[in-house]
Design a protein around this ligand. Structure first.
Ligand SMILES: [Zn+2]
Length: 354
């Protein structure tokens, strides 16, 4: 059983002038991971365009493909909204991004691997059914919801009890919207307090609807939350819920932008929090013998992308590594604010998970 990575050079061709969501991000990751001899890096196959319709409206898919054509004629990127660009390679890159996840899932179901990291662009978790999700101001650099499409493929394969864990610093409003009314996918997101950051969704009371009630969990973190708050969120909320839910497949929306050095966000986490998440998942995998797929979302600091990805690979390949950063401690008022949040979550989910 092994851990592999997926990467295609087309992910470097989706680009725009002066934009933080740039090819440098994946180049940083892949150059670091290529140094790990034991890691197999697979060039993915392209997904069939039809699979996009599993989660997105046909009108939206057509609009994106139209804009890819327009960008080609124009010879330059065009903007879907003030944040989100599309160039002539965006549609092709998206299909290879989704292809990476489909291939990862297929290999895991054939028991050839047990975990994978899809190092893909463009990112996806803000893209909803019609593109823009839950009245967010923009799509936040996202085109198609890669992780949600992966989960929809698992549903096609008759899977239930799929867990999506979203650790990007921003709330995955697209993924939440897509699975809000179903219990086949449990969406858990840890993110910076949405009253302080884009996309301004992801509050604790958004717990899902109808069959999906109790299968959407938001854990907003106060600004400047340190590694201690993050650990508590796992110990007090995520761990007990996952123990009861008993997932059969886990997909991770892996954003590295919750690190304290990120200029787009205001959390105070270090690489130690990523290590916590990766170890937590590795343990679940060993106990439950289930596959885990990591899919790149945000993260704009190249050093963090390099370090974080390296630690992910080393933990899953069971190799040694060192972390230089010291874990951060939160100020008292942040600890009490987060305690209030955790208590509120427990009372909202009382009778379902607590
Ligand atoms: Zn983000």
């Amino acid at each position: 059983m092994k851990f592999v990575a997926f990467y295609h050079e087309i992910f470097e061709k989706h680009k725009a002038e002066a934009h933080p969501e740039s090819p440098k991000r994946v180049k940083a990751i892949i150059s670091e991971l290529m140094k790990i001899e034991e890691l197999e890096i697979i060039k993915p196959k392209k997904a069939n365009k039809r699979i996009l319709e599993n989660v997105h409206a046909k009108e939206y898919i057509d609009k994106v493909f139209e804009l890819c054509k327009k960008a080609k004629e124009f010879g330059k990127e065009v903007y879907l909204d003030p944040d989100t660009y599309i160039n002539e390679f965006t549609c092709e890159a998206s299909l290879y991004a989704i292809g990476s996840i489909i291939q990862g899932i297929d290999l895991a179901l054939k028991k050839k691997i047990n975990s994978f990291f899809a190092i893909v662009r463009p990112p996806g978790h803000h893209a909803g059914i019609y593109g823009n999700a839950l009245n967010a101001p923009t799509q936040g650099f996202c085109i198609f919801d890669n992780v949600a499409i992966g989960a929809s493929y698992l549903i096609e394969k008759k899977f239930n009890r799929i867990l999506i864990l979203d650790i990007d610093a921003h709330h995955g409003n697209g993924t939440q919207e897509i699975f809000y009314k179903t219990n086949k996918v449990f969406y858990i997101s840890l993110h910076q307090d949405p009253s302080t950051i884009y996309p301004n969704t992801g509050f604790v009371n958004e717990i899902g609807e109808f069959e999906g009630k109790g299968y959407n969990l938001n854990i907003p973190l106060p600004i400047r939350s340190g590694d201690d708050v993050y650990r508590k969120a796992f110990e007090e909320i995520i761990n007990p819920i996952v123990e009861k839910y008993k997932p059969k497949f886990i997909l991770v929306s892996l954003g590295f932008d919750s690190h304290r050095s990120e200029f787009l966000t205001m959390l105070n986490l270090t690489i130690n929090s990523f290590e916590l998440v990766f170890k937590f998942l590795k343990n679940i995998q060993e106990e439950r013998k289930i596959p885990i797929g990591f899919v790149l979302e945000g993260g704009y600091n190249e050093n963090v992308l390099r370090e974080g990805s390296k630690i992910l690979a080393k933990i899953f390949l069971e190799r040694r590594y060192k972390i230089k950063e010291i874990p951060t401690k939160s100020e008292d008022f942040i600890l009490s604010q987060s305690k209030e949040t955790f208590d509120k979550i427990k009372s909202l989910l009382e009778g379902i998970w607590f």
